[in-house]
Ligand binder design. Structure first.
Ligand code: APR
Length: 232
């Protein structure tokens, strides 16, 4: 079966990583514009880097949870792609290979001048980091508000939305475009939309199945529902 899963911060919540919106979220008490925009970065790169290093510290202690593991298992049993808005890399650590990172990856850095990117695992060193090639300021290789998404990743995501027979939506508030549009496109091309979220979201209104539950237990139910459809 051709399955696409759009995931958001909620799928990593049970791994101990806060979501962005809602109680205890990263945006609680903080305005995203102060930390996750090019303007905020160039105004105070050290402040933005302190925030990202704090997030990296939390993510480094996190482990993939049952929901990540189920998607990795399903990738071996179906034609399955993951489109994630998350930058934590937990899908890959759970064993998923067909993962599209729409918003980048917090463990990769990008030079603000020459554009070079490089992996930067482990704890932050001196901040703000500099490009090893040209010495200019380095930034997290993630998509900030007001920035365009990686072209290849976006193109592939829209193609997959049209290709999917089943479109899973796990742990996203569905508030940030263009990712939030993908389930509607999939529905328009005849896919069965299945939503897993403890709260109702705009995607639940177009879902054939809305599982109002946490990602770990909700994905167990999704797996069961699709299992009796047999592998493709
Ligand atoms: N299991 C599943 N979903 C959960 C859980 C859980 N245990 N806990 C919370 N959720 C849901 C919330 O109900 C909410 O709908 O996860 C969603 C998290 O929403 P957001 O915090 O808005 O995160 P997300 O949708 O991924 O945000 C999209 O916005 O800030 C930008 O770039 C950032 O990628 C992010 C984008």
């Amino acid at each position: 079966m051709k399955i696409v899963a759009l995931t958001g911060a909620g799928i990593s919540r049970e791994s101990g990583i806060p979501t962005f919106r809602g109680r205890g979220g990263f945006w609680e008490g903080t305005r995203p514009e102060e930390l996750a925009t090019p303007r905020a970065f160039f105004r105070d790169p050290e402040k933005v880097w302190r925030w990202y290093c704090w997030r990296r510290e939390i993510i480094s202690r996190a482990r993939p949870n049952r929901a990540h593991e189920i998607l990795a298992k399903m990738e071996r049993e179906h034609q399955l792609w993951i489109i994630t808005q998350n930058v934590d890399g937990l899908h890959q650590r759970a064993g998923s290979r067909r993962v599209i990172e729409l918003h980048g990856n917090i463990w990769r850095l990008k030079c603000t001048s020459c554009g070079r990117t490089w992996e930067d695992p482990g704890a932050c060193g001196k901040i703000p980091p500099r490009c090893p090639r040209c010495g200019a300021l380095a930034r997290p290789d993630v998509v900030w508000f007001g920035e365009s998404l990686p072209t290849q990743a976006l193109r592939k995501s829209f193609e997959l939305a049209e290709w999917a027979e089943v479109f899973l939506v796990v742990g996203t508030s569905g508030l940030v475009q263009p990712a939030a549009e993908l389930p509607f496109i999939a529905k328009g091309f005849g896919a069965r939309v299945m939503v897993v979220n403890p709260e109702r979201t705009p995607h639940a209104d177009i879902a054939e199945v809305f599982i109002q539950d946490k990602a770990t237990s909700g994905m167990e139910k999704v797996y069961e529902l699709l299992q009796n459809k047999g592998p493709s």
